[in-house]
Design a protein around this ligand. Structure first.
Ligand code: HEC
Ligand code: HEC
Length: 228
């Protein structure tokens, strides 16, 4: 799959680009209205399928995806991201990258490579309906010194600029607050090393000034910052 194909196929998620490209305080409003437009156009184009279609993807999620991701979108399977509370626009960009084999993960490529564009939208719309699920209580009490140190870094490196101070994201910017620590650490290392290509260059650029030693600290902060 060439970049040209990628660009053509990306038309189905073109609004995601608008929402995911350096989304910041100033553009968040525009992204939000672009997202609203995408929701309404998606709603009208999918209206024929609508309720019946939604029920089909809810059922397919339960039978195919829940084994790893959990019925409610949060499982305890290591390395498997929480989908509960994730935004549909972000989800569709990632399913697309898996389908094209650009984001590398054997399990997810196997799952996504059979998906039609309708499936990409159906699954990501369903994911967008899953309410956030609180993380299980940590085994050890939080290390507040580490949290405070990481909070300074998250501001310094502008993580909160795009993901929000509560790290809940929005549109093409993923919710990361409460995401699993092992997964966050791995995925930050992936962005940093180039193993995980982003849908946009936002993360590659955001991490370019971050020393590798700080990634674990940021992952600790992200995973433990919930519902603030
Ligand atoms: C065999 C286990 C498995 C199954 C089945 C599975 N997934 Fe995944 N999924 C994963 C893993 C592991 C990752 C993280 C991959 C990585 O590290 O890049 C992932 C990542 C994702 C992501 C990206 C999340 C993020 O935060 O970036 C989405 C979206 C997703 N899966 C949706 C689905 C959907 C929809 C289905 C069902 C059609 C499904 N998955 C089935 C294991 C699975
Ligand atoms: C310019 C905006 C921007 C900044 C700054 C930014 N991010 Fe992101 N982040 C994104 C976007 C957009 C994505 C979606 C990745 C893609 O393009 O595929 C993302 C993805 C992620 C993911 C993957 C989530 C998942 O479910 O797989 C993590 C973790 C993350 N960011 C953490 C951070 C941290 C930590 C920082 C600060 C060092 C940061 N981000 C700074 C925009 C940003």
């Amino acid at each position: 799959m060439t970049w040209r194909h990628f660009a053509a196929a990306a038309a189905i998620v073109s609004l995601a680009v608008a929402a995911a490209s350096p989304v910041c305080a100033q553009t968040k409003k525009a992204a939000a209205s672009a997202g609203a437009a995408s929701t309404s156009s998606a709603a009208s184009s999918a209206s024929a399928a609508s309720a019946a279609g939604a029920a089909i993807y809810a059922e397919r999620f339960r039978t195919v995806c829940a084994a790893c991701h959990g019925v409610d979108g949060r499982s305890d399977m290591p390395g498997t991201p929480v989908l509960a509370g994730q935004h549909s626009l972000y989800a569709i960009t990632q399913l697309f990258l898996f389908r094209e084999g650009r984001r590398k993960n054997e399990a997810m490529i196997a799952v996504a490579k059979q998906m039609t564009d309708t499936d990409l939208r159906g699954f990501s719309d369903f994911i967008g309906t899953l309410p956030p699920v609180a993380a299980p209580l940590p085994a050890a009490p939080l290390d507040s010194a580490r949290m405070n140190k990481a909070e300074v870094l998250a501001k310094e490196y502008k993580c909160v600029f795009c993901h929000g101070t509560d790290l809940a994201g929005g549109q093409g910017v993923p919710r990361i607050g409460g995401q699993k620590e092992d997964y966050v650490r791995g995925t930050l290392q992936g962005f940093k090393s180039g193993d995980r290509p982003g849908y946009t260059r936002a993360m590659t650029e955001a991490l370019s000034q971050v020393p590798p030693d700080d990634l674990a600290l940021l992952a600790y902060y992200v995973a433990n910052l919930t519902g603030k």
